[in-house]
Design a protein. Structure first.
Length: 349
């Protein structure tokens, strides 16, 4: 009898482990074959990440169903059952998150592969990222609530909280007003297409690219590798510059302050020669004109174009540098000068 008391739990544990390993291997084999047959979608390959949570769910389910009859720790059967229930809830939520992640990543990968419009790809990427975060948050909240409900004292507490839901709702609503505002702002950004991951923006006089968008915050990576994190409600309640909105192509300007004798016509010709040697210029347009004058200088402005903000910055810097070098070498008289002369002596009295 004592031998049976020892062998039965070991047999159930060993059998459960063997069944779990075999089931995991079979699942992985089927997913690999499906991935090979349907190479047009990465879904089946991404679902292979679900093997471990699937095995945990299967193993916990089998043990949950057989632990009493197997006599596993009979003196602590209640604690064993409670523990297995909590592990099962956690593993099911883990599996659900992995499946949702695979579906979201597969959808985005397929859309990005067939869409040539970069703006649309970034819009879909922003939407699926926020949807994935929302689904994950919901699954985690449901899992935590289900775990708490397995404890009888928590059920009583829940009934008490429902009785005072009116007062608590007002208190929570006032305290979480900012958080709820950011949450709804995140959903508005996701489906309103106002700002997307990868957009080039200017906020608070800082230029950078949107690196990450969550349900409550947004991170901008500046040109000098700094990260600026701000609430998403900023982008729904304040004005900002989005250089990627409506297409990535951009037009920029370069200014010089020169002497009145500057050879403007020759500068126009030289600008065209310079632009032809800059690969970042997209050849959509260019021009040069005198836009202002002062008693000492004239303001000359060049207009250049590029396919995106990064290339535009490169073109502007190159044009400014090369045209100044050309003026210094061939027309130094065109550089701004300050005229000075001897003061007229005061007449004798």
């Amino acid at each position: 009898m004592e031998m049976e008391t020892v062998l039965r739990p070991l047999t159930v544990l060993g059998g459960t482990l063997v069944i779990t390993l075999i089931a995991g291997w079979v699942l992985d084999l089927l997913l690999r074959r499906a991935d090979a047959l349907h190479s047009e979608t990465p879904l089946w390959g991404l679902l292979r990440r679900c093997r471990l949570p699937f095995q945990v769910v299967l193993c916990t389910s089998l043990l949950r169903a057989a632990y009493r009859s197997a006599g596993i720790l009979p003196d602590h059967a209640f604690a064993v059952g409670r523990t297995l229930t909590l592990v099962l809830i956690a593993s099911v939520s883990w599996l659900a998150v992995r499946v949702a992640t695979a579906a979201v990543d597969s959808t985005y990968a397929r859309y990005a592969a067939v869409t040539q419009d970069d703006a649309r790809v970034r819009r879909v990427r922003t939407q699926v990222t926020l949807i994935h975060r929302a689904v994950t948050a919901i699954v985690v909240l449901v899992a935590v609530a289900a775990m708490l409900l397995t404890f009888p004292p928590m059920r009583t507490l829940g009934a008490s909280m429902m009785a005072s839901a009116g007062v608590l709702g007002i208190v929570v609503g006032i305290g979480a007003q900012s958080s709820l505002s950011n949450l709804f702002a995140g959903l508005q950004i996701a489906f309103g297409d106002t700002v997307r991951i990868g957009d080039t923006v200017v906020v608070d006089k800082e230029w950078g690219k949107v690196e990450e968008i969550t349900l409550t915050s947004l991170t901008v990576r500046t040109w000098d590798e700094r990260r600026i994190t701000m609430p998403v409600s900023y982008f729904t309640g304040r004005p900002y510059e989005n250089w990627s909105r409506g297409g990535a192509q951009m037009t920029g300007t370069v200014f010089w302050h020169l002497d009145h004798s500057a050879p403007v016509d020759l500068m126009r010709e030289q600008l065209q020669h310079i632009l032809k040697d800059i690969p970042q210029w997209d050849a959509r347009g260019s021009g040069l004109a005198v836009t202002d004058t002062t008693p000492h200088t004239v303001q000359v402005r060049a207009v250049v174009t590029a396919k995106d903000a990064d290339d535009l910055w490169t073109v502007r810097c190159a044009v400014r540098e090369r045209l100044i070098a050309w003026l210094v070498t061939h027309h130094p008289y065109a550089l701004p000068r300050i005229a000075a002369s001897e003061a007229t002596p005061r007449p004798a009295t």
